[in-house]
Design a binder for this molecule. Structure first.
Ligand code: SAH
Ligand code: F3S
Length: 502
């Protein structure tokens, strides 16, 4: 059935989900399925879901509400909920929503094509879930099982034309930390580190297809530890090994966990030039009392100490952080401590979330969600307002400097201007149509004018102006032109004259 069928896949949530969706797409395309733009047109509609906050789940529920009506007229359409929400909501979701045909948890995604076939053949609801992982022991048990999902990452081959310039690579699955607010250990299971050789091979394969930057993904990526074969490989060692992949220009990693930090990681960041000076290190709160209630095993002072150390090793380091406001029992004083921490650290950017109780977590079972929503909103806004100022001040300090930028493509403003131009039959508008966008090694978003030929290049940009969202500048030189994927380079060689040796 799958050959020639169409699919529409929508992704919610974190980078791990974005990567999972890319791998699923690879699988579906390999079977001959074709992507279409809307759920309406598709034979198979898939939502790769997120459970971290209630809001993310509600978005999916509203999509499913619309599909219920569509399916009345198109009863053959197959509807699948995959990823974290499938795992969390489990079979109750199938019972409440008879028009949903399949559920597939994030640990079972390699089974997805078989599940679709099964629904098609049997017209029955099917589910592949890790089970009701309601207890820590059950979650940890999964670490001992063979991880069949490794097959999904191993089978990865970018589809022709797929943009791999900046690619994600999974290095670790799951999480063992059990922060009291967080559903991830329940949905993604225990922490498992992938074999370093698989990761290095994947980086090499992506480089061969044209990747210049890879981001290594894990929930607590710095706790990566691969032990099999009697030769333990730490995260610092893994970074060194990925760094050895020739022609890879940039390496990033997310997300880091402030406890159990290995100083070797900072040493590798300092000594290995292609590892970007960027660290996403969620603090969650600046109050020791709240950190304790969250079961985050560090204090605000300990966190600050770690950041000081990071800056001693890598003076240019850019920092990103996550904070939850309005966690159970958070007082005004606790919140002020968070604000104070944010002011002291000076993050490049900040992700602020209003606490959202998640079923099954310790916080939901044992603590009271006692901060009113209006107070959560105010604290969220205050933190973001402080960040806006702090971020702008940092950007202003960069003015006059020249930074290396990896050119990702035309900016949103340029794409809008280009579209408007087309609609008006080529007539020029007030012109953003040549505005390109990219990121510096420190992950600063930078815009500048240039031609399409620069997309995929590393350019040196002199910074001239800061806005709340980005830095603006002009290209002063091309550090490295766009690189052709090895596959295309080989065919291009045929027509090139052979150069005499020496
Ligand atoms: N280590 C993971 C964290 C996943 S959740 C990672 O790779 O990013 C991402 C962020 O969502 C967390 O850092 C936290 O700030 C926020 N978050 C998690 N659970 C939450 C909840 N119940 N309510 C609000 N925010 C939450
Ligand atoms: Fe969640 Fe804490 Fe792990 S935030 S992903 S349980 S480190």
């Amino acid at each position: 059935m799958l050959k020639d069928a169409t699919y529409c896949l929508e992704t919610f949530g974190c980078q791990m989900n974005v990567l999972d969706s890319q791998l699923i797409e690879g699988q579906l395309r390999a079977l001959g399925m074709r992507p279409v733009a809307t759920a309406h047109e598709a034979d198979v509609v898939l939502y790769n879901t997120c459970s971290v906050r209630e809001h993310a789940e509600q978005k999916v529920l509203s999509r499913l509400g619309v599909l219920r009506r569509i399916k009345r007229h198109q009863p053959e359409k197959i509807i699948g909920v995959i990823g974290c929400m499938a795992e969390r909501a489990g079979k109750a979701l199938l019972a409440n929503m008879p028009h949903v045909d399949l559920l597939c948890g994030p640990g079972e995604l390699n089974q997805l094509p078989a599940l679709i076939e099964e629904v098609h053949a049997r017209h029955e609801q099917v589910a592949a879930l890790a089970g009701s992982l309601s207890r820590r022991t059950e979650v940890l048990q999964r670490a001992l099982e063979y991880d069949s999902l490794e097959a999904l990452d191993l089978a990865r081959r970018p589809a022709p034309g797929q943009n791999v310039l900046q690619s994600y690579i999974r290095v670790q699955r799951g999480c063992d930390k059990f922060c009291t607010f967080c559903v991830v250990p329940f949905t993604r299971g225990a922490e498992r580190s992938r074999p370093p050789a698989h990761i290095v091979d994947e980086a090499q394969m992506l480089v061969d297809h044209g990747a210049r930057e890879v981001t290594l993904l894990g929930q607590t990526v710095n706790s990566y530890l691969h032990q099999q074969g009697g030769n333990p490989v730490s995260f610092a060692k893994l970074l060194e090994r990925v760094h050895a992949v020739e022609a890879l220009d940039r390496i990033r990693f997310v997300t880091s966990y402030p406890a159990d930090w290995d100083e070797d990681i900072f040493r590798v960041m300092r000594d290995f030039p292609r590892i970007c000076p960027y660290l996403h290190l969620p603090a969650q709160s600046g109050s020791d009392r709240v950190l304790k209630a969250m079961r985050r095993p560090y204090s605000a002072a300990g966190y600050l100490n770690l950041i000081d150390k990071a800056r001693r090793y890598v003076p240019e380091i850019s920092l990103a952080g996550d904070f939850i406001v309005g966690f159970c029992g958070e007082t005004e004083q606790d919140f002020q401590a968070t604000l104070e921490l944010v002011r002291r650290i000076e993050y490049k950017n900040l992700f602020v979330f209003k606490y959202s109780p998640r079923p099954g977590t310790v916080a939901d079972r044992r603590l009271t969600d006692d901060v009113p929503d209006s107070v959560k909103t105010r604290r969220c806004n205050e933190l973001l307002a402080a960040q806006l100022e702090l971020g702008l001040a940092q950007k202003q300090r960069l003015i006059g400097r020249t930074v290396e930028v990896l050119v990702e493509g035309f900016s949103k403003a340029a794409r809008r201007a280009q579209q408007a131009e087309q609609e008006r039959g080529g007539e020029a508008t007030k012109d953003f149509s040549r505005q390109l966008v990219g990121r510096s090694r420190g992950d600063w978003i930078t815009v500048f004018d240039g031609d399409a030929g620069l997309i995929g290049a590393l350019v040196n940009v002199q910074l001239e102006r800061a806005t709340p969202l980005a830095l603006q500048g002009r290209v002063v030189s091309v550090a490295s032109p766009p690189r052709m994927p090895a596959a295309r380079r080989e065919s291009a060689h045929v027509s090139l004259p052979v150069l005499a040796a020496g």
